[in-house]
Design a protein around this ligand. Structure first.
Ligand code: HMG
Ligand code: MG
Length: 308
């Protein structure tokens, strides 16, 4: 079995992570988090969402955040855009990539973006066209690909159907998302293999929430089928406001620890990410969800005490 030699990580903490926070997080903190992630070597950063503030109040400051996130050479700043209004915000804010987000179940599509799957594709079509015309990258996310909180099981054929629709919109990358974290390793392999029959494997990515503790295993299972792109979230922050009870994404620090152990390059510095994860967790007033992050931070602290 040959694993990829290099893996591309998209950091989604400032978006998927913070969107789920009940208390408003100040713009200064959001920007401070983005700065720390970029300084650690993150090269694709999902900074915020241009969605309806009535639906996700935490993302209402998208334009202010984007105005202050540093632009660095080689860095792609991504934002979620559910419709053309969101795209206009993204364009004005100077985003490099838009993320259109659909669903493999009708029920989740209605709950998350208030329309059917077919309607969502028609809503995304002008977004994709406008983004392509503006030279922006277009990424798509297929939610609830491994199980839906409203429908239950999701057939693989439904995932493949949405992947084909996004492919036909000319998406550069398609993320297969385990929104509620119920997927297990062999299921993940089957879904990704099926998706790879209709869309290039090197442009597929995995997005795994960790609700059932399976996310890191699911990353490894994905590597085994050749997937080399993943969304990860600093300190394991995250969830979807329309998937109640779902916890955060797989923690960036945990994925980096795994990849470093496998000798797989990412270009991201684990120590700097641990610091960023501890920093945002301290602000939020709770322990980081990253096991590797907490272990490395504790080790650093005990080494510092021993040296003092
Ligand atoms: P709607 O209510 O059907 O839309 O919502 P509407 O067109 O009737 O608009 C309602 C109001 O929102 C209007 O304001 C619009 O102007 C405004 P009013 O006239 O009443 O004052 N509005 C907007 N404002 C700012 N930016 C916009 C925008 N669009 C409308 N882009 C809509 C439909 C899609 C807008 C709504 O359902 C929505 O924003 N949903 C987003 C939900 C969301 O962000 N969910 C979390 C992100 S997805 C996720 O986390 C999953 C992912 O991580 C992968 C995974 O894990 O599965 C990606
Ligand atoms: Mg998500």
């Amino acid at each position: 079995m040959t694993l990829p030699q290099r893996v591309h990580l998209t950091e989604v903490g400032p978006r998927d992570g913070l969107q789920n926070e009940q208390q408003p997080v100040p713009v200064d903190i959001k920007v401070g988090l983005c700065e720390r992630l970029l300084a650690a070597g993150v090269r694709q950063l999902e900074a915020t969402s241009f969605v309806s503030p009535k639906w996700v109040p935490q993302m209402a400051d998208a334009a202010q955040v984007m105005a202050r996130v540093p632009r660095l050479p080689g860095v792609t700043l991504s934002v979620l855009t559910p419709n053309i209004k969101g795209f206009e915000g993204a364009l004005a804010a100077g985003a490099h990539e838009v993320v259109i987000f659909g669903s493999a179940s009708e029920a989740f599509s209605h709950r998350n973006i208030n329309c059917s799957i077919a309607e969502s594709i028609e809503r995304f079509r002008p977004v994709a066209q406008a983004a392509q015309a503006a030279g922006m990258r277009v990424r798509a996310a297929v939610s609830v690909a491994f199980g839906c909180p409203y429908q239950g099981e999701v057939p693989i054929a439904s995932v493949v159907d949405v992947v084909e629709r996004f492919r036909d919109l000319g998406c550069d990358e398609i993320g297969i998302a385990d929104t509620i974290g119920t997927g297990t390793a062999e299921h993940v392999k089957r879904v990704l293999e099926a998706a790879a029959r209709v869309f290039p494997l090197d442009r597929l990515s995995g997005h795994f929430h960790d609700t059932y503790g399976q996310a890191i295993t699911n990353v490894y299972a994905s590597l085994q089928v050749g997937v080399a792109r993943f969304d990860t979230s600093i300190a394991g922050l995250g969830g979807c406001p329309y998937a109640k009870g779902a916890t955060g994404n797989v923690a960036s620090e945990d994925v980096l620890y795994l990849l470093n152990g496998l000798g797989i390059e990412t270009g991201i510095d684990l120590d700097a990410m641990v610091e960023a994860g501890q920093w945002i967790s301290a602000f939020l007033g709770r322990k980081s969800m990253s096991r590797a992050g907490n272990a490395l931070a504790a080790r650093r602290q005990s080494l510092a005490q021993a040296a003092a």
